[in-house]
Design a protein around this ligand. Structure first.
Ligand code: C5P
Length: 275
């Protein structure tokens, strides 16, 4: 676009593994998680304007409220406070990803808003103040701001980049059931099942059992993905309900999507590629 609009993708986030190690005194849990990102997601568009506006479009736009406690406007306001800028802007969120679904959503949108504002105001994308703002907005926002495969520790916001995942095909499937992250964490049984190995196939998602207890459809999705012949890894992401299958190539993910879509027309799916 040449009208001054800044466009930032808010990629779907995956937890290829998620080990819950302990409850913390602050209500959070210490994790070890392997984050990865897709090449598709929500989109943030930001343009200079005479007054602030915020609009939500896209297939899942109607499920989100524009007014009130939205992570996009909170990210905008936190950026302004941190960097001492006030120029008004119009922000559009194109909501392509289902909400409360374990693939970033609001966290990815907040991170993309910070990236867009940083571009507009000539702030370097790796500026440490941006990561400070991100960590205060939510546990997954720093990982989404980084936007690269990484091991996350602590709340998930102590990050170490890992290479070697880009280009793999991935199919995301959600049974169109929203799941509360706080509720799923609260259902964790408190058993520390050990450290992450870094090999996704050896690792696990410790939130699967409490998520399935909240939304039994997740077990059906996992079963359907496990039945796909050439899937290399099948797992739930985050606190669910979205599950994913990894493939060697994006074309494999697209043909798997056609099969899953034909068998379960009510499910949401996205065939993508790891970034
Ligand atoms: O930080 P965010 O608002 O995304 O987290 C949502 C909820 O998920 C938290 O209120 C907490 O209940 C739970 N959570 C957790 N431990 C983490 C991350 C999230 O208990 N590491």
């Amino acid at each position: 676009m040449n009208d001054g609009t800044i466009v930032e993708l808010a990629p779907a986030k995956l937890n290829l593994a998620l080990h819950v190690r302990r409850r913390r005194a602050d209500g959070y849990h210490d994790l070890e998680t392997l984050f990865a990102f897709c090449r598709d997601g929500d989109v943030i568009r930001l343009a200079p304007a005479v007054a602030d506006t915020f609009a939500i479009t896209g297939p899942f736009g109607a499920t989100l409220a524009v007014e009130g406690d939205n992570l996009v406007t909170r990210a905008r306001d936190a950026f302004r406070a941190a960097f001492g800028v006030a120029a008004p802007c119009a922000i559009e969120l194109e909501k392509n990803l289902p909400i409360a679904s374990g693939i970033g959503g609001g966290s990815a949108d907040a991170a993309a808003t910070l990236r867009a504002l940083a571009r507009w105001h000539d702030v370097a994308p790796d500026e440490s103040r941006l990561f400070g703002i991100a960590a205060r907005l939510g546990a997954d926002v720093p990982a989404c701001l980084l936007g690269k495969s990484a091991i996350g520790e602590g709340r998930g916001d102590e990050l170490r980049v890992v290479d070697g995942l880009a280009g793999r095909g991935v199919l995301l499937v959600n049974p169109r059931v929203a799941v509360s992250t706080a509720r799923v964490f609260a259902g964790w049984d408190g058993v520390d099942r050990g450290a992450i190995t870094g090999d996704p196939a050896e690792d696990r998602n410790d939130l699967t059992a409490p998520a399935v207890a909240a939304a039994p459809e997740i077990a059906t999705v996992l079963g359907a993905l496990e039945a796909l012949a050439n899937a290399r890894l099948v797992r739930m992401s985050g606190s669910g309900a979205t599950c994913f299958a990894l493939f060697d190539a994006p074309a494999d993910a697209r043909s798997a999507a056609a099969a899953i879509g034909a068998e379960h027309p009510g499910w949401w799916w996205l065939a993508s590629e790891l970034a």
